[in-house]
Design a protein around this ligand. Structure first.
Ligand code: COA
Length: 281
């Protein structure tokens, strides 16, 4: 008898009233699955090539350079976690993406480790971009390239943790890529307060979850702050604990200063608005 296969299609979908349209996220890319993912890989390579950068998969030969590079970029406690043995395991049970300039100097990296839990995640680690190259969408393109590799290896979602106060990384992932923070843990000694973030590795997941800040501002004007959303100041650690412990809201966007509040805020929506459902593969 033919075995029934369950193909999970969605983990969540942010509502269209706060999101960009697929055409605005990746102009000109077809939305048919195979064509989309092939086109996306070409798009990422071209975008980086325009800046004189070459992206490729890492090999074990890259380990010493990646170790040195990430040690320079990671601060404090995070830096103590870096080890060649870790990088070796990430490559053995996942993948790495490295980015070099025209002189073959390492300018960025990102690793993803596969786990065999029902959601078949590719767990994201060691994202780093040379500070001299910050703000040129390199982090953004590295994350997409890693998503493509993860999907190709069978992962259904990308997941990971992001520090509560890593605003740049939260902004890129929640707003530009389209992740949500589905949980929050503040009590892991030496790791700190972190969001547990995830992204479905589907066409919809990658094209319909990027935030449109203009739409968000319109939504905030019209919606009911008690029922429809929660906006938390980005420094409100206790408020974030309360949100995840006591309510069924999930964080969907990072609102930079002035858009619309005087200080940066996190935007959270009720789970039901996101159709959030853990995947059962
Ligand atoms: C996080 C990191 C990889 C980002 O790389 P990057 O290539 O500079 O990022 P990008 O250029 O793709 O995106 C930067 C975006 O963040 C925005 N940004 C920067 N700082 C911000 C802040 N404090 N608040 C909100 N947005 C911010 C930029 O304006 C830009 O958005 P825009 O394109 O809409 O203007 C890089 O800063 C880094 O290596 N950090 C140290 C290591 C680290 O934190 N790794 C992650 C560990 S979990």
């Amino acid at each position: 008898m033919e075995q029934a296969t369950h193909v999970p299609t969605a983990l969540y979908q942010k509502p269209a009233y706060i999101c960009q349209l697929p055409d605005a996220v990746f102009p000109g890319l077809p939305l048919e699955e195979d064509a989309f993912f092939q086109g996306l890989q070409r798009y990422v390579e071209q975008e980086l090539a325009q800046q004189g950068l070459k992206v490729r998969l890492a090999t074990t030969q890259d380990i010493p350079a990646v170790e040195e590079f990430t040690r320079q970029i990671y601060q404090g406690e995070q830096a103590t976690e870096i080890s060649p043995y870790d990088l070796y395991r990430f490559l053995s049970f996942g993948h790495g993406v490295v980015l070099h300039d025209l002189e073959d100097r390492l300018r960025g990296c990102l690793f993803g480790v596969r786990y065999a839990t029902p959601e078949q995640p590719s767990y994201t680690v060691r994202l780093a971009v040379d500070p001299n190259w910050n703000g040129r969408k390199i982090g953004y393109h590295l994350i997409i390239r890693s998503c493509l590799q993860a999907r190709q290896s069978g992962a259904l979602i990308k997941s990971g943790i992001i520090d509560f106060d890593n605003h740049t990384n939260l902004y890129i992932n929640l707003n530009h890529i389209g992740w949500i923070a589905r949980d929050f843990d503040g009590y892991i000694t030496a790791v700190g307060s972190c969001f547990d973030v995830c992204l479905p590795l589907t066409v919809g997941g990658m094209t319909r979850n990027a935030i449109d800040l203009k739409k968000v501002q319109q939504f905030l004007k019209e919606a009911d702050p008690k029922l429809d959303y929660r906006a938390l100041p980005a420094h409100d650690l206790e408020g974030m604990h309360h949100l995840f412990r006591e309510t069924d809201f999930k964080v969907v966007a990072f609102l930079p200063q002035g858009q619309p509040y005087d200080t940066p805020h996190f935007l959270a929506l009720p789970s039901a608005e996101l159709n959030y459902q853990a995947l059962q593969a």
